[in-house]
Design a protein around this ligand. Structure first.
Ligand code: ZN
Ligand code: FE
Length: 261
């Protein structure tokens, strides 16, 4: 497993469709729509070999069928979810091999946003769909707070230098909420100024790294005194453990920002 190159294809308002490719072959993660992907592979003269889906939501799978009509591709996704055109159902610990790209990816179950959401990890890269965002995390649509908390813990246990490819550009709005609950975090303030500049030039803030996220992302800091105390104040009670802290700040953010997931 050597170096891989990953590029964003922008879709809808704030989705990133990630494309891993060399001079010849391409693998696509979460194509919510086919057109921009078809344009990209056409411009770069690539052969699409596979689509990887993290979960069933339409903004991640809407392009599957149109892409499958282009060539004989494999479509991977969580075994227990309904994924358009899926040829290979996956679960925890499966390894997918793409020798054309010198790439092996391991499947991690990361439930919470959806009950069978999966993430793909390999070559120091993590494709985590709507589980972890920079400075935030996915909404709990189908799973429980405990599941989402465990999924984030599992991701946080990967090496610090892991490059994290989230499926949405939510960073700036996530920072607004994080700053409200963690106002004394100077690393967060520093990160905020970098992100503001990137966004002013319409540049992606993704990938991020786990090292950065562990210092600024409140959802990875539920054991930190500042986050615990903010959550306790908001709940108007002493929350008894990290999962309750996580659950409290996740619900808090749901109301604070109803426009993002
Ligand atoms: Zn989703
Ligand atoms: Fe999404």
């Amino acid at each position: 497993n050597g170096m891989i190159n990953v590029y964003p294809v922008r879709a809808f308002k704030d989705n990133y469709i990630w494309i891993i490719h060399n001079e010849k072959y391409a693998v696509i993660i979460d194509p919510g729509i086919a057109t921009p992907v078809i344009d990209y592979i056409g411009q770069h003269h690539l052969e699409l070999i596979a689509v990887l889906n993290t979960h069933h939501h339409h903004d991640h799978t809407g392009g599957n069928l149109e892409l499958s009509q282009l060539s004989n591709i494999q479509i991977y996704g969580p075994q227990k979810e309904t994924i358009p055109g899926m040829t290979h159902g996956l679960e925890e610990g499966n390894i997918i091999k793409f020798p054309e790209l010198s790439l092996n990816l391991t499947v991690l179950n990361t439930p919470g946003h959806t009950v069978d959401h999966i993430s793909y990890y390999g070559s120091n890269h993590l494709f985590c769909g709507d589980t972890l965002f920079s400075c935030g995390c996915g909404r709990i649509f189908e799973g429980t707070a405990q599941q989402m908390y465990n999924s984030l813990k599992k991701i946080a246990a990967l090496p610090d230098q892991t490059q994290v490819y989230c499926a949405h550009e939510y960073t700036l709005s996530n920072i607004h909420f994080a700053t409200e609950i963690d106002p004394a975090n100077s690393l967060l303030a520093e990160y905020a100024s970098k992100v503001k500049i990137l966004r002013a030039y319409n540049k992606p803030t993704i990938p991020t790294t786990l090292a950065i996220e562990k210092t600024i992302n409140p959802f990875l800091r539920c054991e930190h005194p500042a986050i615990i105390s903010a959550a306790n104040q908001h709940a108007e009670t002493q929350l008894s453990n990290a999962v309750s802290v996580f659950s409290e700040i996740r619900k808090w953010k749901d109301h604070y920002q109803s426009n993002v997931h």
